[in-house]
Design a protein around this ligand. Structure first.
Ligand SMILES: [Zn+2]
Length: 714
């Protein structure tokens, strides 16, 4: 089971699930010295609201004017202008690696979920609701967990200890394969198991499912953590080895330093086999159908027959291998590396995965490394918060069903649906107005947006948990059964017709998603509330907030990856050569813009890794702005408290991405996450002409781009 802190979300949704930071100053490519210069007077900059007026609050007026810093010129540092006071006064809570607007809502969702979950203890025995209650209660029962010690993990460790030859190794690896990755929807491309399985529509024929195999095996977030040659990573690797030894010792192993050395050496070889995050994102490298019968020839080493049989995939004729070179190299290690190294490796991973469900000594050691060292977070989350995470992880849609019934009124759904329709219409108009695109490509683009499905709040059909056994008092067993249940649900999909309405995200998550294979966008209930969305609030701020999020998800269908899928969700090039060349050139320019941002002195944003998200942000806010203008019906926007409509729109946008990060966590997301850090997401306003007009941005200001340098894609 993957404990919540081990999830590394990647691309195609609106943010990394734990996104935030301490990086207040850095917006745009300016240095902090440049930013410290006194701001130039800005003619159109809004005046402070008169003291007699009531303070703007979310849900009534819109953006948070008390969080702004009007001493910063918007043209020099728009993020600082919109959020400077907030940045100065906001401390990241001790149990968080980052903090921002998404986190505020996530904390509210945690509270709500706790109440909903705890109330289910009284539900009828055997009901789904009771399973939710029992699952949480089992996690909360620390006395029972302490009393059982490492016993729940014993059978797993015994299976590993019994490995005597290579075929048994393959059987254990196959039996522990899980559906714990998702390359295109959630963008979770990391698993600490040797491989990850993802079951989704076939890239070549979206009317059927295909099993995808992705590289895995590393505990640290990315190959660079093993291979980067810097004192910082050298130290981190030493700490990691000490952590491996400590976990094995807690689980009762002897000679733990030697074992830790073997585990690390094996993982380091796996890291060398891995392809980079950028290559993993490159869909043109991912579409590799391999017949099952060919694995032994194409990737010799692992006893594939035993592996697939143990995984319940022995009759599956074909797989799609996402990173073939990595799969081949990882498979070779199954033959070349000592069995004892594999056994130590499997034992450590089993213990490390189980740690959140084991006694306190395991929890503390796990947090000391995975929380403190890897993300810089000083304090472990309270147990109930971890319990809510664990319950969401194991029975997410069952909790979601309760959440929606209580906290998602039908009128909010109707209002959000109307807004999504407005923004899709605005996007269609933008396509009509594109000057660089030929009529042929335009027709295909229109066809694709015309068939885009939007799903608001929650899935139409809820997942069935009747086959999942939840045993009161068995925290580890429940989590183990839940991940196995999820695996079996996915494997079973291979024999079923495609469900184009399946949700890959739960309704109680503050996030949003685009699925290129479904040609769909989804907006969970938990993001459709103030401060993102309030149908009674100022439309300017609504469009700048949730409107830009909706635009972002629509544009994902047309970002550098999404644009390679047709209206049916098939990986197929529908572009003319000339149009594709222009599209790629514009993408390169945007990547270069982001490559120039340097959140840490020794680490820049990776423009290629974040390109899809940056296209979605840039064109998403542009289409939201169009939709806002359309919503005015030709009338001028009212001025409220001295702010014009466009100013309020962009301030709403600028505040959505306010985020403070702890340094190790910021470093990690820059290296592994498809999203740019919050302040740089805000900076994309410099590509929009309307922003220049709204704040009278002039040549010479830090964010100024001459009209021909502004990137325009959609
Ligand atoms: Zn996204």
């Amino acid at each position: 089971m993957t404990p919540p802190h081990r999830r590394f979300p990647g691309a195609r949704h609106v943010l990394a699930s734990a996104c935030t930071t301490a990086l207040l100053t850095s917006c745009a490519s300016s240095t902090s010295a440049e930013k410290a210069a006194p701001p130039a007077p800005v003619a159109a900059a809004p005046a402070a609201p008169p003291a007699s007026k009531p303070k703007p609050t979310y849900g009534t007026f819109g953006f948070d004017s008390s969080g702004m810093d009007r001493d910063i010129a918007p043209g020099d540092d728009f993020y600082g202008f919109a959020n400077g006071a907030w940045v100065r006064r906001t401390e990241i809570p001790p149990d968080r690696s980052s903090y921002g607007m998404f986190t505020t809502l996530a904390e509210q969702a945690d509270q709500r979920n706790r109440e909903l979950i705890e109330a289910q203890r009284q539900a009828p025995a055997g009901s789904e609701a009771r399973k939710v209650g029992d699952l949480f209660a089992s996690f909360m029962d620390e006395a029972a967990i302490e009393a059982r010690g490492v016993t729940p993990l014993k059978p797993e460790l015994e299976r590993i200890a019994a490995i005597g030859q290579r075929e048994q190794l393959a059987t254990v690896l196959g039996a522990t394969l899980r559906a714990d990755v998702d390359a295109l929807n959630m963008g979770d491309v990391t698993t600490d198991r040797l491989f990850g399985l993802w079951v989704a529509e076939d890239l070549n024929e979206p009317s059927r499912y295909a099993p995808y195999l992705l590289q895995g095996g590393l505990w640290l977030p990315d190959r660079d953590y093993y291979l980067a040659d810097s004192p910082r990573f050298t130290e981190l690797r030493e700490r990691y080895q000490a952590h491996i030894a400590a976990m094995l010792k807690l689980a009762g192993f002897d000679d733990v330093e030697t074992r830790a050395g073997r585990v690390f050496a094996l993982e380091r070889k796996m890291a060398q086999a891995h392809v980079s995050q950028v290559d993993t994102r490159d869909i043109s490298k991912a579409n590799n159908p391999w017949p099952r019968a060919e694995f032994t020839k194409r990737a010799p080493g692992l006893a594939w027959k035993a592996f697939f049989a143990a995984a319940g995939l022995g009759t599956q004729e074909q797989f799609i291998v996402w990173q073939p070179s990595a799969l081949t190299a990882l498979s070779k290690l199954a033959q070349s590396e000592p069995l004892q190294a594999w056994k130590d490796y499997l034992a450590f991973h089993a213990v490390a995965r189980a740690a959140p469900y084991l006694p306190k000594a395991f929890v503390d050691e796990s947090f000391a490394f995975n929380g403190k060292t890897l993300t810089g977070t000083p304090a472990l989350k309270e147990r109930w918060k971890r319990g809510v995470d664990a319950t969401n992880h194991s029975m997410g849609e069952a909790v979601g069903k309760l959440y929606v019934a209580k906290h998602f009124p039908p009128e909010v759904k109707a209002e959000a649906e109307a807004m999504v329709r407005n923004i899709i219409t605005a996007f269609e108009k933008r396509i009509d107005a594109l000057t660089w695109m030929s009529p042929d490509t335009r027709t295909r683009a229109k066809e694709k947006v015309g068939t885009l499905q939007a799903s608001i709040g929650h899935p139409e059909k809820w997942r069935d948990y009747s086959g999942l056994d939840i045993v009161a008092g068995d925290a580890y067993g429940n989590a183990e059964r839940a991940v196995r249940f999820e695996y079996q649900r996915n494997v079973a999909k291979l024999d079923q017709p495609v469900d184009r309405k399946e949700w890959y995200m739960v309704p109680q998550l503050v996030n949003a998603l685009n699925s290129p294979q479904q040609n769909s966008i989804i907006f969970p209930a938990a993001i459709l509330q103030p401060p993102f969305f309030d149908a009674n609030a100022d439309p300017a701020v609504n469009y700048g907030g949730i409107g830009a999020v909706i635009g972002h998800e629509i544009v994902h269908s047309f970002d550098d990856v999404g644009a390679k899928f047709d209206a049916r969700g098939k990986l197929e090039n529908w572009w003319t050569k000339e149009d594709e060349a222009k599209f790629q050139a514009a993408g390169k320019a945007l990547a270069a813009q982001y490559d120039a941002y340097r959140p840490l002195p020794d680490l820049a944003v990776n423009g290629e890794l974040t390109l899809g998200e940056n296209i979605a942000d840039m064109a998403g806010v542009a289409v939201a702005h169009d939709a806002y203008q359309l919503s005015l019906g030709g009338k001028p926007a009212p001025v409220i408290d001295g702010y014009t409509g466009d100013q309020r729109f962009f301030l709403g946008f600028g505040q959505v991405w306010r985020t403070s990060y702890r340094e190790p966590y910021l470093r990690r997301i820059i290296m592994t996450d498809g999203h740019s850090p919050g302040p740089y997401r805000t900076a994309t306003v410099r590509n929009l002409d309307a922003w220049y007009g709204a704040f009278d941005v002039k040549p010479g200001q830090t964010l100024f781009l001459a009209p021909e340098q502004r990137v325009r894609i959609w």
